[in-house]
Ligand binder design. Structure first.
Ligand code: ZN
Length: 197
């Protein structure tokens, strides 16, 4: 497998061959996770400790990295975008998803089990021909930012990229995600707007 450090990938805005390799690998891993969740009969993660860790330990790594490293938000967003495209592909194929509503509801089942967040679809905007132009998703209890103090910037760049990537695969066009509400902005939940690019 070809490995390129993520910070060198941050300025890549569309999938090249390397992205495709990364996405395929993420998709295989995610498919394995979803199958394990569905089967309930195999242990997930490490032999003794399982797959779960405290959100405080995750936030303790993520937030200083984000606040102290210039460009980290771009890298996280792009990493999330690749992850979202991969996971979106798996979700859409595995559950035969056709609509935004179904996508959010199916994702909710997985993200709740993994302890990531509770998503809720807030709005779908369409043009006069019925084509989807923008989607608003709210994330409750987001593991990346829940409980953190206001720092006057949104924090969930990875999650924002992830949702944009999933919607790109579902809607078959380039989308861009912006986190408009977040603990980092002093809100009680995250809200992401995903618009056609
Ligand atoms: Zn957030």
């Amino acid at each position: 497998m070809l490995i390129i450090p993520i910070w060198k990938r941050a300025d890549v805005h569309k999938c090249d061959n390397t992205d495709e390799i990364l996405i395929d690998n993420i998709a295989n891993r995610f498919e394995e996770i979803v199958s394990l969740i569905q089967s309930h009969d195999k242990p997930l993660g490490r032999p003794s400790l399982g797959q779960y860790v405290s959100i405080h330990s995750l936030q303790a790594k993520l937030i200083p990295a984000l606040l102290l490293t210039p460009g980290m938000e771009v890298a996280l967003y792009h990493a999330g975008l690749c992850w979202g495209r991969a996971a979106g592909k798996v979700m859409i194929e595995k559950f035969d998803i056709k609509t935004v509503e179904d996508f959010v509801n199916r994702t909710k089942l997985v993200t709740q089990i993994l302890g990531l967040q509770i998503p809720e679809l807030r709005a779908v905007q369409k043009d006069k021909d019925g084509e989807i132009k923008s989607i608003t998703v709210r994330l409750y209890e987001c593991s990346d930012c829940y409980g953190l103090p206001k720092v006057n910037m949104p924090l969930c760049y990875f999650e924002t990229g992830k949702w944009a990537g999933g919607m790109e695969i579902l809607l078959q066009k380039q989308m861009e995600g912006i986190e408009k509400k977040c603990s980092g902005l002093g809100d009680e939940f995250c809200e992401i707007e995903i618009k056609e690019k």
